[in-house]
Write a protein that binds this ligand. Sequence first.
Ligand code: SAH
Ligand code: SF4
Length: 347
Amino acid sequence: MKPEIKCRNPEELKLELKQMGQQAFRAKQVFRWLHQGVTSFDEMTDLSKDLRTQLAEHYLLTAPEIVRKQVSKLDGTVKYLWRLHDGNLIESVFMRYKHGNSACVSSQVGCRMGCKFCASGIGGLVRSLSAGEILDQILFMQKDTGERISNIVLMGTGEPLDNYDNVLKFIRLVGDPDGLNIGQRHISLSTSGLVPMIEKLAQEKLQITLSISLHSPDNESRSSTMPVNNSYPVEMLVQACKNYFDITGRRISYEYAMIDGVSDRPWQAHKLAKLLKGRPAHVNMIPLNNVTESGLRASTRKNILAFQKILENSGITATVRRTLGPDIDASCGQLRRRVESETVGSE
Ligand code: SAH
Ligand code: SF4
């Protein structure tokens, strides 16, 4: 199997092209073309025919195929289902905000973390995505929409910190001025709470926003929906977040799914406030997206507002996330599962 050329950073390309007998500046040309989303080496018109042939012999140039695309009539959110070169399916979402376009990308095919409320985890982990495959989602959404993406959230399918090296490489690739030039302050990474990996990430001293999928302030209810909590309980996770802030100076954002009767009780709001007090934190409350298989239901509007009020009265900033593209299954994992079961069903 040939290596994927889009996994290469400029230094690696320079070195490898040098080994092919090329001058250093060629690497920059190739890198620029790649990050414009070309689908064939022949599109690199300022390279010699010879070099293009040589590149095609050496490398795999990935280009995911759009299997399905859903456009929300309500807010213009676009959800993509892609087929990768090995036939696997992944999802991404393109979102329009006042401050620019945002992309929600997947980091794995499936996920091994097994959270009960999540459609992505149902079939387990198939494989991790390469840095180039994560990047491709951005490149080809830009190409399809004809619009620039300025913000990235790693909140699609998969646990980014379970694919640590490739995700880190992706973050550095998109920041390259010869590529997409998207700075780390415009990137959010969401994790279910792999504590040793959060500690490792802190040492990288990145400027990205770290989002923690907390979803419950107590071990009993968190363990009931998130198996990862059995290995890394709430106290350990929050301590790792505090250390992360001390090392990086970056405020942590906490995701909190409002699940009826599981995570939305007033005492849990008080417990959450106590847990986060004294550190810059932001709580992002997400009304649960109903996943039929889970048996869990979204909290009522009344309970969501009551929960938010308790947090705010305790000095914790909490916002209720606007649901984007509610008419198109815009939460990740749902489309892939639907299409896979349709395919299975029709065979
Ligand atoms: N694996 C990472 C990132 C991808 S999931 C993580 O878990 O953080 C992105 C976010 O969507 C996470 O906060 C996740 O807990 C949340 N999520 C998953 N399924 C959901 C559902 N049915 N309703 C609301 N949020 C959900
Ligand atoms: Fe994986 Fe995140 Fe879904 Fe949990 S919520 S199963 S960690 S993708």
